[in-house]
Design a protein around this ligand. Structure first.
Ligand SMILES: *[C@@H]1O[C@H](CO)[C@@H](O)[C@H](O)[C@H]1NC(C)=O
Ligand SMILES: *[C@@H]1O[C@H](CO)[C@@H](O)[C@H](O)[C@H]1NC(C)=O
Ligand SMILES: *[C@@H]1O[C@H](CO)[C@@H](O)[C@H](O)[C@H]1NC(C)=O
Length: 471
């Protein structure tokens, strides 16, 4: 029954011609964008809304569809289906595609047409997967590019900055899916950002950023160290602060989750075989060092200037970096009531909830073998002649380097030894590299992490402090 349902009544996407009327197509949604609003030129003061998606009905054919309309219609249509759902579209308008214009922002498709949906003429029905031919459903696991047409993460790193700005395909495994961060831009638009860490046989950690809700939603369905993805048309750039190459999901990108290809199966075998080994080492590297090259951080600030920057920078979501010559004014390492060491999840690096023993990020139970590790996790205050920055986080290997001991060595110390350790740092002028991100939750409006903290060379510190340029 499913077969006849799928073949008899529908026009295939390969058979679409401009201006065909009264037709009905079926396809699995393989890509989708967020809803966007634009000022309506014909109707000053009001907004028109749009979103687009890509449907596929055979290995070789897929087509983009776009819908425009009022806010209610577009939002409810967009909310009615997700990537991976099957939809039946009746009476779409078939338009010839202007390749250059269309493919600048939308996925490249083999079709010479695109579909346009309007509230008055077209209908979209979401089908339950029981009604649909399994052949159609299985297309969700087929990349939209040739299965061997991709860069390994090692290739990207090896090519380095020559790939900056290029749009390429990537096959990789998911290492972790970060928390989604919400922010408001300076022109009052809402935004969100989620960082996914990828890895493969050639590279242990590589950042991929998602900026739109649809790709974030997809990313949240991935299982760290189990899911493999084929990302077609993803943008590669060089991140000068972290001194590394990164990938960004853009509106042209189509991500295939768990691709059914020989290359993906080889990668899947690799990640299964390597699941238990070396997790700890490279997690610590990617999470606590963040591979930031400290030499690229050159701006020197006072505490007062940093606080001012927080106010001026309103709406900027990207982290900033800077150097502070200051001393640690609060360091609670010898106080029974303050926790200094916590369990972190070895899959994703986030703190594990102590009551439930569950990692809230990847839902793993920490009682499982080897799934947590101990890490320094403390908040310190930094003070200079202009003021104090409260609650700066000092964690992981940076904390170990700063204190000059490992977590286990620290836990073995007596209270007297801890107090002595503390007084080695308190009130000593240090050169501190910081990362700061705007955060509504932080008291100062800034979430500050220490990237490095070493005793300062007194002449360098005083020369810098007398020659302050940033105001
Ligand atoms: C849709 O139909 C309604 C009622 O028939 C009409 O008022 C409206 O202008 C139509 N909208 C468009 C975009 O054609
Ligand atoms: C994305 O999701 C957030 C949180 O659910 C929401 O506030 C925001 O409006 C969404 N943005 C878009 C473009 O859908
Ligand atoms: C100020 O600090 C920067 C960064 O640490 C350092 O490179 C520079 O030499 C210092 N300037 C002076 C005048 O000491």
């Amino acid at each position: 029954m499913a077969n006849s349902f799928a073949t008899r009544t529908f026009t295939t996407l390969s058979g679409l011609q401009p201006n065909m009327a009264n037709l009905k197509v079926i396809g699995i949604v393989i890509g989708k964008t967020d809803v966007k609003g634009f000022p309506d030129r014909k109707n000053i003061g009001s907004e028109r809304y749009t979103f687009s998606f890509t449907i596929r009905d055979s290995p070789a054919h897929f087509v983009n569809a776009a819908s425009w309309g009022n806010e209610d219609y577009i939002k409810s249509l967009s909310d009615s289906f997700r990537v991976g759902d099957c939809v039946i579209i009746e009476n779409p308008l078939i338009q010839r595609k202007e390749i250059e214009r269309e493919e600048k922002f939308s996925p490249a498709t083999p079709s010479s047409c695109k579909l346009l949906l309007s509230e008055n003429h077209s209908t979209v029905k979401v089908c339950s997967s029981y009604e649909v031919d399994t052949k159609l459903l299985s297309l969700i696991h087929l990349p939209v590019k040739e299965s061997h047409d991709y860069y390994s993460l090692g290739d990207i790193v090896a090519n380095g900055q020559s790939l900056n700005g290029r749009i390429i395909n990537v096959l990789a495994a998911v290492k972790s899916v970060g928390e989604t961060k919400y922010f408001t831009t300076s022109d009052r638009r809402k935004g969100q950002r989620c960082e996914v860490r990828l890895y493969d046989e050639t590279e242990s950690s590589f950042a991929m950023t998602c900026w739109d809700n649809e790709s974030i939603l997809l990313a949240q369905s991935w299982m760290p160290r189990e899911t493999v993805i084929f990302a077609s048309d993803i943008r590669i750039s060089f991140d000068k602060f972290r001194n590394c190459m990164t990938a960004t999901v853009i509106s042209k990108t189509i991500i295939t989750t768990n691709p059914d290809t020989p290359e993906a199966n080889i990668l899947l075998n690799f990640i299964r075989e390597n699941k238990e080994t070396n997790i700890m080492d490279d997690e610590i590297d990617s999470y606590f060092k963040e591979s930031i090259n400290l030499n690229t951080i050159v701006d020197v600030y006072t505490v007062e200037q940093l606080k001012g920057k927080a106010l001026k920078n309103e709406g900027k979501a990207d982290p900033s970096y800077g150097i502070l010559y200051a001393y640690i004014s609060t360091l609670n390492i010898d106080d029974e009531t303050t926790k200094v060491v916590r369990n972190r999840c070895s899959s994703c690096g986030y703190i594990v909830n102590e009551a439930s023993n569950m990692c809230a990020t990847c839902n793993k139970n920490s009682l499982d073998f080897k799934s947590v590790f101990l890490s320094f996790d403390m908040l310190i205050d930094l003070t200079d002649h202009t003021g104090t920055l409260h609650s700066c986080s000092l964690t992981g290997s940076v904390a170990e380097e700063t204190l000059g001991c490992t977590v286990n060595e620290f836990l073995a110390m007596t209270d007297e030894q801890k107090t002595a350790l503390k007084w080695q740092f308190l009130l000593e002028r240090s050169k501190i590299y910081l990362k700061f991100v705007l955060s509504h939750r932080a008291r100062s409006g800034l979430k500050i992490s220490v990237l490095s903290c070493k005793l300062a060379d007194p002449t360098e510190a005083s020369r810098n402090l007398s020659g302050q340029k940033h105001v």
